[in-house]
Design a protein around this ligand. Structure first.
Ligand code: PLP
Length: 465
C-alpha cells in the first residue's frame, strides 16, 4: 500500500468514527470503554485479495469484503475508470428513462441467463426481493382476484433487512425484536442433509425436502400461493448446498400449482459458485432472479430483479387499464454508475476466466477443508459450491451438537490476529451460529487458499486444542 492515508492523522479518523458512525451488525459498547484493542477497525485500502487497516496491518480477505461481495478483488482500475467516465458523462436520470450502461448491461446480463428477459434495477438485495414480492402481489390482483398472494420462504434462508424482506426471513435470531411482520408470508422447511430431518440420503433426501414444501402448499391451499422464494445455496443460514433431486422436484411442484419461482442470487449470483448463477448448476428455470453483491463487486451500488418474459407480459397484457403497469420506482435504482461498473465486472470475469478459476480453486479449497476436518475433530461437516464454502463446528461428531458461538467467534478472531479474515454464521439461527464461512474473491490462488487453511488450522488448535 502507498501509505497515503496513514500519513494523515489516522487517530482523528478513528475518533470521528468512534464518535459518530453507527456500524452495521455490531455492538458498540466496547468502543466506548478503555480497552485500546477495542478500537473500531477501519479498512483503508485494498489490492487484489488483500486489505490494510488503519494500523497498516495487512489482511488476506477470505470473505470478499466481509459479506461475499468483492468477486473480482480490490483495486480494479478499469472498473473505477468506467464509473468515473460515466459519472462525468451522465451521473443520473430517473429509471423511467433509459441509459446507455443500463441498456448494455441488461443485454449482457440476459445473455448469461437463458430463459430470462427483463432487468429491473434497484439499489440493494433487499429491495430487489421486495420488487419481486410486489410483482407477485400485483399479479395476484390482476389475474387471481387478489387470492394468489402468499409467498413461501424457507426456514434458514435470508432475503434482506427491510421489513417485508424480513417477513420472508427464515432466520429467527435475525428477526427477533423486529416484528410484527407483513402478513402473507408462509414458512416451509429447509433442506439440510447434514442435520437430517428425514432418514434418507442423497437424491431421496432432496425429493423428500421438496415434498415437504408441497405439503405446506396443500395445507394453505395452492390457489392462495403466488410464489416460492429460495436461495440456491443458503448463505448466512449456514452455507447449505442442496442434494441432487431437490431442485427438479421444487420446479415440478411450482409448475403443478402455478406458483412463480423466485431465486435469490444475492450471494450466489455473478460467479460465486462457478457458474454465472447458482441455479444454473441445477437446471432450474426461474421466473424471478434477484441479485446484488457480486453484480459490480461493490465498486458501485447496483442490484437487479430479473424476470422472464412471461412475468413481464403480465404487466402489459392490457394497456388500456391505467393500473396495469408495475407502479414502482427506486430513485437510485439503475443509477448509471452501477451498470457501468457491472459491465466491466462481467468483462473481467470473462476475460480472466474467473468462472474456471472458481471451479478449480473451489474444488481445491473444499479438498483442503476436508483435510482440515481429518485433523480437527471439531469440524463436523464441510460443504459448499465453487468459492462459497463452510465448515460447521460441533462438540461431538455423533450428536452434532453445535459449538458455542463464542468458540466459533474465537476462531474467527484468531484468524484475524494472524492477518486472515474469515467469516461465520452470525446472529442468524438460534443455537447454530457455528459455521465458519469462506468466500474469497474469484481470483484466489492456491497459495492464498493454503494461507487461509493454515490460519484456520492454527486457530482451531488454539481454541479447541
Ligand atoms: N438475500 C441474501 C441471500 C442475502 O445474503 C442478503 C444480504 O446478505 C440479501 C438478500 C440482502 O441484500 P442487501 O443487504 O443488499 O439488502
Amino acid at each position: 500500500m502507498d501509505g497515503k492515508f496513514l500519513d494523515n492523522d489516522i487517530e482523528k479518523v478513528v475518533d470521528a468514527d468512534r464518535a459518530h458512525v453507527w456500524h452495521h451488525l455490531i455492538q458498540h459498547a466496547p468502543w466506548t470503554g478503555d480497552d485500546p484493542k477495542a478500537d473500531p477497525r477501519i479498512i483503508v485500502e485494498g489490492k487484489g485479495m488483500r486489505v490494510w487497516d488503519q494500523k497498516g496491518k495487512e489482511h488476506l480477505d477470505a470473505v470478499s469484503g466481509g459479506v461475499w461481495t468483492v468477486n473480482v478483488g480490490y483495486g480494479r482500475e478499469r472498473i473505477a475508470n468506467a464509473v468515473r467516465d460515466q459519472l462525468i458523462k451522465l451521473p443520473y436520470f430517473a429509471g423511467s428513462t433509459g441509459s446507455i450502461p443500463g441498456a448494455l448491461f441488461s443485454e449482457k446480463l440476459i445473455s448469461k441467463m437463458p430463459g430470462m428477459s427483463r432487468v429491473y434495477y434497484t439499489n440493494s438485495g433487499s429491495e430487489a426481493n421486495e420488487k419481486a414480492f410486489k410483482m407477485v402481489r400485483q399479479i395476484a390482483h390482476k389475474r387471481y382476484g387478489g387470492k394468489k398472494y402468499k409467498i413461501l420462504y424457507r426456514d434458514r434462508d435470508y432475503h434482506g433487512s427491510t421489513l417485508a424482506a424480513m417477513s420472508a426471513g427464515g432466520q429467527d435470531e435475525r428477526n427477533a425484536q423486529y416484528g410484527p411482520f407483513a402478513p402473507g408470508f408462509v414458512r416451509v422447511p429447509h433442506c439440510m442433509e447434514y442435520r437430517a430431518q428425514w432418514d434418507l440420503s442423497g437424491e431421496e433426501y432432496g425429493v423428500a425436502a421438496a415434498n415437504a414444501i408441497e405439503e405446506v402448499i396443500l395445507a394453505e391451499g395452492p390457489e392462495t400461493i403466488g410464489a416460492l422464494c429460495l436461495e440456491p445455496v443458503t448463505a448466512g443460514g449456514g452455507v447449505i448446498t442442496p442434494p441432487e433431486g431437490y431442485w427438479p422436484r421444487v420446479q415440478e411442484i411450482c409448475r403443478k400449482y402455478d406458483i412463480l419461482l423466485h431465486i435469490d442470487e444475492v450471494v450466489c449470483g455473478v460467479g460465486r459458485t462457478g457458474t454465472w448463477f447458482g441455479y444454473q448448476h441445477y437446471g432450474v428455470e426461474p421466473d424471478f432472479v434477484t441479485m446484488a453483491k457480486g453484480v459490480a463487486s461493490g465498486y458501485a451500488a447496483i442490484a437487479c430483479c430479473v424476470t422472464n418474459e412471461r412475468v413481464f407480459e403480465m404487466f402489459r397484457d392490457d394497456s388500456t387499464d391505467p393500473m396495469n403497469y408495475f407502479r414502482d420506482i427506486s430513485t437510485f435504482g439503475g443509477c448509471t454508475a452501477g451498470p457501468a461498473a457491472a459491465l466491466e465486472n462481467m468483462a473481467i470475469i470473462e476475460e480472466e476466466d474467473l468462472l474456471g478459476n472458481t471451479i478449480k480453486m473451489g474444488d481445491y479449497m473444499l479438498d483442503q477443508l476436508h483435510a482440515l476436518a481429518d485433523k480437527h475433530e471439531v469440524i463436523g461437516n464441510v460443504r459448499g459450491k465453487g468459492l462459497f464454502l463452510g465448515a460447521e463446528l460441533v462438540t461431538d461428531r455423533a450428536s452434532k451438537e453445535p459449538v458455542d458461538e463464542k468458540m466459533a467467534a474465537a476462531v474467527v478472531g484468531d484468524c484475524m490476529a494472524q492477518g486472515v479474515v474469515i467469516g461465520m454464521t452470525n446472529r442468524s439461527i438460534p443455537g447454530f451460529n457455528n459455521t465458519l464461512c469462506y468466500s474469497p474473491a474469484l481470483i484466489v490462488t492456491k497459495d492464498d487458499v493454503d494461507e487461509i487453511i493454515s490460519a484456520t488450522s492454527n486457530a482451531l488448535t488454539k481454541v479447541f486444542g
